[in-house]
Design a binder for this molecule. Sequence first.
Ligand code: MOS
Length: 769
Amino acid sequence: MSGIQNAIISSVKTTLGWVPDRWLSSGPDPLIGRTAAIGRQDVRVDGPAKVSGEARFAAEIAMDRLSYASVVHSTVARGRITRLDTVAAEAAPGVGLVMTYRNMPRIGTLDLIGVTNLSAIGNSSLPIMQDADVRYDGQIVAVVIAESQQQADHAASLIEIDYTRGAARTSFEAAKTDARTPASILIEKNHEKKGNAEDVLKRSTHRVDARYTTPTLNHNALELHAVTVAWQDDALLVHDSTQMIAASAQALARLFGLKKEQVRVLSPFVGGGFGGKGLWDHQIVAIAASRLAGRPVRLVLSREGVYRSVGGRSPSEQRVAIGADADGRFTALIHTGYTVMPPYAACPEQFSFAGRVLYGARSWEFLQRHLDLDVVPNTFMRAPGEAIGTFALESAIDELAHDMGIDPIDLRRRNEPDRHPVNGSAFSQRALVKAYCDGAARFGWEKRLATPGARRDGEWRLGMGCATGTYPYTRMPGATVGLTLRRDGSVTISCSAQDMGMGTATAQIQHAADRLGVPTEAVSFELGDSAMPPAPFAGGSGQTASILSAVIAAAEKLAGTLLRLAGNDSPVAGLRTGEIRLVDRGIACNADLSRHESYRSILARAGRDAITVTASGNLPIEMLKYAMHSTSAVFCAVRVSEVTGEIRVDRMLGSFDCGTILNPKTAASQFKGGMIMGLGLALTEETLVDARTGRIMNATLADYHIPTHLDVPDIEVMWTGIPDPRSPLGVRGIGEIGVTGVAAAIANAVFNATGKRVRDLPITLDKLL
Ligand code: MOS
């Protein structure tokens, strides 16, 4: 969720009013450079539970008197229900309840993703089954509750609905005539302009000016969206698969008129999210149906149900124009275009953000227009904006490099800015050029021939391509942890964090162990329950840094408490928190490490079995002063069959500059997973929306093509590992950057192989014949 960065900066400014300079100049985290567990390839602490099947996911929670839900999706894009016949469904075997807008309890609506209130997150602000209006094809219009899933599905098929059809807007092309131009995009100024880039472009010695398109895409978490809910008196228990536990609990309390303490959301295991596992209609109708039916309900969306009622990535049409002088310095950079964003959706798909930070041009223009289509509200999908923005931008750079006869890496190097080009802030740290050098050497970039089609192997034409990826740093305010230190030296940290498969607990344990001076075996990390201290959502690649800051605050608080307990008889007596460090399972004097007392000894003398502290991370003021962005250099080698147009990716390499890497094993997995998603974006994935009706035509993974093992080559990842001196422990987030840059690297390699420039994703074989 890029763009969250701007929202946080704005909210912090609002909260603080003004920020004294001394707050902004805090130096690097003192733990950097003296770590033991951090940087180690620890295995996932949740691994055994997952591979043994012991882990219980949301659709596997057993409950007494559990019933099963099936949903009915609308078949018109815009209209009104005129007839609703549920008689046959109600009479079908095993049916306990049929719920439609007629009997659904009245509830409020969700806020769109808060720019003013970051903790309230909805993915749609439309009313949920509150009236006869239908706003998009696929909207949930009825729910059946029955004794078994089969009975519920059968009864749902018996419901008859007639609609009046309104004039639905379902064509991207047609909507362009009355596109909206928002003043800001996730707080950032939309129309960003320096000089007259159009004029400069016309006068430039070299120029490229091209149009790129990307399709609608869907998240395909392997675990389908699922929820098991129960009401116990007036308390609501929700087992969900979500990346926003605390925010969901808060939103549900508001929707159903409950107090915060009456709602508990549990989500200890999540089988993938990618931005799609937020609060959508299906959880809310399941909760309402459970209340009406007076029994627990399980609702699992089908794959088709996910496509049709959980929004994915907005389609786009982008123009990138670049002018350059004879030395290859950019004189003009223009990145404009359209995405679909109905007013009830939350994500503007900010494709123009990458260009604002990657290159220093002499003039520029960035502008996005929004199309209001009657479609399921699009939402955040792994690196929203940058994933598709870097496809257009980095393809255009490659086009220009080819026209000018300059190596594309060299062209990028000539335009590497030394400050944030648009706002002039200093980069907290940026080593993109190093990432390129290291990556090019490892990949063997020097073997590339600049002339397209120059290398072949039988019927295959071979090519290499590269592109830049980028993603902003984000740290969210409000992350809170509870930390308990026991006399036996064990530590438990808890907060309502999410793990969608990233290894959240493992990385946090490594950090906490080093921060507290204990071995990782002594630390456990509990997450996945809204009853725990609140964590921010897992998004914007910002969860790790956000929780790190809370753990740092908790460690400081613990140190203060321990010093007080230690009293006058301790080797560390008289020291203040600034003069000590936590090391060797105890407290030591910074200036003289032999002055040390163990936790065990301090607690024993004080007659305490355990100490518990709760602390929140400080405000992310580093984001106010510095331009904080990760970057990457992506390389790939492809082969394209001359006979069939078939494209095979032979190799991919990602060279990342993302700050400190906490755990090389889990980090590599994040990078590679992101790159595989980039491969899908480049070559295989497409949500097919019928432009006449607004109907999403994909129904299963057989017709939405995510890359399979056979499509995915060996992927190498490497990183600079340079800590960001402005962030907790030097980290900068790694969840989303992997997907950025990849589609362009592949498109550029396809051009190098064939001489054909494909500007419309996905690059399917028909486009190469
Ligand atoms: Mo993400 S798109 O911030 O899960």
